[in-house]
Design a protein around this ligand. Sequence first.
Ligand code: G1P
Length: 289
Amino acid sequence: MPLKKAVIPAAGLGTRFLPATKTVPKELLPIVDKPILLYVVEEAIAAGIEDIVIVAGRNKNAIEDFFDRSYELEDTLYKTGKTELLKVVKDIQEMVQVISIRQKEAKGLGHAVYTAKPVVGDQPFAVLLGDEIMIATDGPNVTAQLHQAFEKSGASTVAVMEVPNSDVHKYGIVAVDDTEADLMKVHSVVEKPAAEEAPSRLALPGRYVFSSSLFDHIEALPPGKNGEIQLTDAMTHQAQNQGLFATRFVAKRYDAGDKLGYLQANIELGLQHPQVGQDLKLYLKNLKL
Ligand code: G1P
């Protein structure tokens, strides 16, 4: 089945970036000159996604505005002959159909994904977390890699990466038979376990392709860890009913929702930036630490 829809949950309060995120959604914080969210949206588009559902919360109108027209800005860029910038601004509005949904209460990631059900319907869909940047240097991007794996497995398939023991408490962790298989059959998923209770060190970095039965499992869930409707709990139910697979991915990942990850993304992607890359490299070389 073709994969045409993607859900990007972007409803978190961004507390790790306060006070910056008091008025600016963390998904719109820039990596040099491009918001984190635009990297995520571009990944979805390059993987063939046609409809993108962004699930935002209150005080996140700036996300909707970002994908809308901006008449005054466009007019000024046009009149001042800044045609390249005008193109950058216009391309964003034309790149894809963005559907905006509001999660009225912060009830957890599973609940945020569930709010997209009326748009997704009974088709398979991708979920891309709005603060995770994945850069595949050559070959298909992570969502495209997952789509290929989904076609092979015939069931929901999610990306995993190996993390050190000290980090398993930050992620959803999968329990699988064979950690070396290309497509690992998942038995269950544990949300942020303590290191001694983790079933593996294979963590979910925030890229998923689900069949629509996931919605039925979310609907039936009681609140889980931290009193939230956890996506990982619904994944366990799907694993035990329709099946769920995990696969490793090839890409550089930046956790841009974390202060250090955000700075690393700015430095590394800044070094590749056509305007400032060379100067930044020189600056870093000469920096006395
Ligand atoms: C969420 C998910 C978790 C996943 C993580 C990836 O947690 O609940 O399963 O591993 O994203 O970043 P959060 O980081 O929002 O607390």
